[in-house]
Design a protein. Structure first.
Length: 51
């Protein structure tokens, strides 16, 4: 191992961004495989321009 590089963690060990803008970080990248239901889709809140 080259000394000038610090020991890095496991690839993909950082949490993923939230599934929705206000959501929590996604700690498990394969949540669906471990039994939890992923967010199907995110509906953006309607803005005044769309009404």
């Amino acid at each position: 191992l080259r000394k000038e590089f610090p020991q890095l963690g496991v690839p993909g060990s950082l949490p993923l961004p939230p599934q929705t803008p206000e959501g929590d970080l996604t700690m498990d990248p394969f949540a669906a495989a471990h039994g939890s239901k992923p967010v199907k889709s995110y509906e953006e809140p309607r803005t005044r321009d769309e009404e």
